[in-house]
Ligand binder design. Structure first.
Ligand SMILES: [Zn+2]
Length: 507
């Protein structure tokens, strides 16, 4: 019996299924397109599971699994092979799934999440099953085999995750890596990435593992977090009543009622009677590994953004949230740099020295990208892989930033201009011309104009000195009219207020 005041700590492990993006399915030449709307379009005797057919392995599926395993610092099993996992379910008519058990492609590995190493047990490759579609009255069920035989990567973590929030962050980082390495679009809402979560509780000072509950088929980051929170509370009550779970069980997640519910009991590994798949040869993985090139992952890119450009951690995180955004950012920086270098060649002034101004420019870029530009797009666009979807080219964005940097357009107007650039795809000059927005003329001497106005409008000044503070706006209006709006209103306000307040202090 656990006393209410004794702390219980959650122990969480995750099992992720990732549909690998390849041209064809894992063991046949049917198109790998689980999103195909016409049921049973991409099928053949192999992926239908007819007896006597011969599967052959898709090399790309092997390469992509190895790629992720290497990026996660796992150990490659050079003698990896496939096994039959025997069980019957309507979505698997041949009554076994070709999977891996004793010798998965990758053993171990880890992913850094918020400075913590989340370690893996193994990463392996298997085939996806068909999809069951139940009629609304549950009177009958249809089967769609478009998904059967889609290559599925399974990654299982060690039970080292300590909270629902950490589980969610881990999954987001895993998804980002899969996208960076072009292994899968990994959209949870499309079922391209699915997750089962194991959870048990234990007293905080204990290292023992207690019987766990496996929550199946969680299909969004949010539901993973919610289901784990619910389950922690449910199990906490059991502990407090002196009846903690005595055996491992499987539960589902009811999205509407926001609660878990018991499901059919899961087979143990021994029930599956795994044995080596006799129709598939052991593939020579060593020659494949030589072909594998791994690009920069999100973690490495974030670190580089900090080191190379001087972004802070938060900025680096936001700007690498998708490969598209990170690529765009780097192209804008390169445009900005070349603008500085060109100017420096003709006007050797310190204000055009890139190395000296870089930090200021990069901060400005980070601020405009994160707070004003990226929020103009829905998430799916930022996650796409085509830079054209951003409507504004890196060159145009850099041109716009330079105007802001030179204070040639005030930031309030800038926000509007940027919105129009995204809406129309036009460059900053075109947008401003069409909207009749003039750039700020730096040659206009606001100081002098303000002084003149003060000496010409003694009565207004007196009113201000007597406490009528809105007179300041009258003066600002006069300056804006006199300069035809070609000055920064914020700057005007500051200069005018300083001057009037100085007079006030003298009286
Ligand atoms: Zn097929």
């Amino acid at each position: 019996m656990v006393n209410k005041h004794q702390n219980l700590a959650p122990v969480i492990g995750l099992e992720i299924h990732l549909e690998i993006k390849t041209k064809s399915k894992i063991f046949c030449s049917c198109l790998n397109d689980p999103e195909e709307k016409i049921p049973n379009k991409n099928i053949c005797p192999i992926c239908l599971g007819h007896p006597g057919v011969l599967p052959s392995i898709n090399k790309q599926a092997l390469i992509k699994t190895l790629k992720l395993g290497i990026a996660l610092h796992g150990k490659i099993n050079f003698v990896s092979y496939f096994e039959r996992k025997n069980y019957f379910y309507p979505d698997l008519p041949k009554a076994y799934q070709i999977s891996q058990f004793a010798c998965p492609l990758i053993k171990g590995g880890f992913l850094m999440v918020n400075g913590k190493k989340i370690s893996f047990d193994n990463i392996h490759l298997e085939e996806d099953t068909a999809k069951l579609i139940h009629s609304s009255d549950k009177a009958f069920t249809c089967l769609d085999f478009n998904r059967a035989g889609v290559p599925l990567l399974e990654a299982t973590t060690e039970p080292v995750i300590e909270s629902p929030e950490e589980a969610k962050m881990f999954l987001q980082e895993f998804q980002l890596l899969a996208r960076y390495l072009d292994i899968s679009p990994a959209a949870m809402e499309k079922g391209q990435m699915r997750c089962d979560a194991n959870l048990s509780l234990r007293p905080v000072n204990s290292q023992k593992l207690f019987p766990k509950v496996e929550i199946k088929n969680l299909n969004s980051f949010h539901s993973v977090e919610q289901a784990l929170r619910y389950e922690i509370e449910r199990q906490r009550k059991m502990w407090e009543q002196g009846t903690p779970p005595v055996y491992s069980s499987t539960r589902g997640w009811d999205e509407k009622r926001k609660e878990t519910f018991p499901q059919r009991e899961k087979e143990q590994a021994k029930d599956y009677r795994y044995f080596p798949e006799p129709d598939l040869l052991v593939y020579d993985i060593s020659s494949l590994v030589k072909e594998i090139r791994i690009g920069e992952g999100p973690f490495e890119r974030r670190e580089r953004f900090k080191k190379e450009y001087g972004f802070n951690s938060k900025q680096a995180y936001s700007l690498t949230k998708s490969k598209l955004v990170a690529d765009f950012t780097e192209e804008v920086i390169s445009e900005l740099k070349s603008w500085f270098v060109t100017l420096k060649n003709t006007q050797p002034l310190e204000k055009y020295e890139w190395e000296k101004q870089k930090q200021k420019v990069v901060d400005l870029l980070g601020n405009w990208m994160i707070n004003r530009f990226l929020p103009l797009f829905p998430a799916y666009i930022l996650e796409s892989s085509d830079i054209k979807d951003l409507k504004v080219t890196p060159e145009n964005f850099a041109e716009f930033l330079i105007l802001i940097y030179q204070r040639k357009i005030p930031s309030t107007v800038g926000t509007e201009v940027l919105k129009l650039m995204v809406q129309t795809g036009k460059d900053v000059d075109r947008v401003m011309e069409e909207k009749g927005i003039k750039t700020i003329d730096k040659s206009l001497d606001i100081d002098k104009i303000a002084d003149d106005l003060i000496s010409q409008n003694k009565e207004l000044v007196n009113l201000y000195l007597k406490g009528k503070e809105n007179i300041l706006n009258v003066f600002i209006g006069k300056i804006m009219a006199k300069t035809k709006g070609q000055v920064d209103p914020e700057e005007v306000r500051k200069i005018m207020k300083d001057k009037l307040d100085e007079l006030k202090n003298k009286t």
